[in-house]
Design a protein around this ligand. Structure first.
Ligand SMILES: [Zn+2]
Length: 467
């Protein structure tokens, strides 16, 4: 049987500052090597000052993944020489004196499959190495310390996955969960990285390191299983080793360096005392814990009669469910859900588009009401939505500027209907024998009014005219 285990590194991107110093956690917008201070540079005489909020966010993740939470947590030094960590050690967590990481064993369901979580630990991210130069011979390595010391949560699973599909489903659930908890934005570059271990029946365990995104993680696992199966079928032994993911060539490569065999000489971080996780804090976190995705979905179906599939799509993504929760009421809930899932999701389908989008909950409420009262047809509402996302103007302004208001004046509509009837004699004959085909004529009226004809009145008048 194939066994896959994951180690997922997730940056706590919603925090203000780094794990042990006041530098910004959001290093992405800073000039290279400007988001640094004596603490994260490891200068002599400095001491780490723990970001209490990071413990809370990490504990929140542990609770959401059904992990046990210890009474006391401790930090350890993991010693190694890497140019991207100026202290020459990383402050991390380790369970050698009992469970002292932020989260102990937990589990999460992926469909019917139970994936056990081994532990969750809080640690600091290293800096970033930037490789420049055209070939391996004249390559230079630059280092940017802006990221050094930013808060990272490592989620370690048991080798419970049996195939890449389960891995993908797990990652989708996990990134939605992290986003819903408001601890991390998984779509940010580098916010989610992973290592994986993979073994097939009768073979040794192979570790894959350095996978830079969730997207590549599934690919890396898939590649590795195929590689191992190919070796196995040719009776070549699969050796226990560490391989690196090459994200340009999309393959795993044996890492021949001895670096993975290093003894990290872990020892307790003497500059940070053991920290008690007070029951009060856990209770407070429980109260603050955002509504889970599954309970949102249930509420949408039960309270508003939103179809299962629509409720599912709506609840999975915090951006849309927040918008929905702020704009709906009992009367317009279905319409708001409909606008979001059929039109808005297509208009703002990337992170960049969301960020520049000007839509707010008032717009959505106004749109749903306008459709409900017959002031706008769905087609006009869609056109209005497009303009609102772009400009952020009020709906009433958009309606008058684009002249989107419904044509519900019977005389005006009758003129158009008569014109359509004279132009489409065949369709009229057909509609007389088969009333269902009348929709074709309604469509023609819609075309002539640029989608603004009130559909109910149009249908009534057409039926009368044909008879
Ligand atoms: Zn700093």
């Amino acid at each position: 049987m194939t066994k896959i285990g994951l180690e997922i590194h997730c940056q706590l991107t919603k925090l203000e500052s780094k794990l042990f110093c006041p530098c910004k956690a959001n290093y992405r917008e800073s000039e290279i090597n400007s988001n640094i201070c004596p603490i994260c540079m490891g200068l002599p005489g400095t001491l780490p000052r723990l970001n209490q909020k990071a413990i809370e966010k990490a504990t929140l993740i542990a609770m959401a993944l059904n992990c046990s939470t210890p009474e006391k947590i401790a930090f350890f030094r993991k010693n190694y020489f890497y140019p991207d960590l100026p202290k020459n050690f990383q402050i991390t967590q380790l369970n050698i004196y009992g469970d002292t990481s932020v989260g102990g064993s937990g589990m999460i369901m992926v469909g019917d499959k139970k994936i056990r979580i081994t532990r969750i630990q809080l640690e600091e991210d290293p800096g970033r190495l930037i490789y420049e130069g055209s070939s391996s011979k004249n390559q230079i390595t630059l280092v940017d310390y802006n990221r050094a010391g930013t808060p990272l949560v490592e989620i370690v699973t048991e080798p419970d996955f049996e195939n890449p599909k389960q891995v993908r489903e797990f990652l989708t659930i996990l990134s939605n969960l992290l986003e819903n908890l408001d601890v991390s934005d998984p779509s940010l570059e580098g916010a989610m990285r992973a290592d994986a271990n993979v073994s097939i029946e009768g073979g040794n365990k192979v570790e894959i390191k350095n996978i830079g995104s969730f997207h590549d993680l599934e690919k890396a696992v898939h590649f590795e299983i195929t590689r191992q199966e190919s070796l196995h079928s040719r009776e070549i032994p699969i050796i226990q080793e560490t391989r690196h993911w090459d994200d340009k060539r999309k393959i795993t490569i044996s890492s021949r360096s001895k670096e993975e065999e290093l003894d990290y000489r872990y020892f307790l971080e003497g500059d940070i005392p053991w920290i008690r996780i007070e029951k009060d804090m856990q209770e407070k976190l429980k109260l603050e814990m955002p509504e889970s995705i599954s309970s949102k979905k249930e509420r949408y179906v039960k309270d508003y009669g939103i179809p299962d599939q629509v409720a599912n799509v709506l609840s999975l993504d915090k951006f849309y469910s927040d918008l929905f929760d702020k704009s709906h009421n009992e009367l317009n809930a279905k319409e708001v859900a409909n606008i979001i899932t059929t039109d808005l999701m297509g208009l703002v389908d990337t992170r960049e588009k969301r960020e520049i989008s000007k839509i707010n909950s008032t717009h959505l409420r106004d749109l749903a009401d306008a459709i409900h009262s017959g002031k706008l047809t769905r087609t006009s509402a869609k056109n209005a939505l497009y303009e609102i996302v772009k400009s952020g103007k009020e709906l009433s302004v958009v309606i008058s500027e684009l002249d989107l208001g419904n044509v519900s004046d019977e005389n005006e509509l009758l003129q158009i209907i008569k014109l359509v009837i004279s132009q489409e004699p065949q369709a009229v004959e057909q509609a007389k024998s088969n009333p269902q085909t009348i929709n074709f004529l309604v469509g023609k009226v819609m075309q002539k009014t640029k989608g603004k004809a009130d559909p109910k009145i149009t249908l009534n008048l057409l039926t009368k005219e044909i008879d």
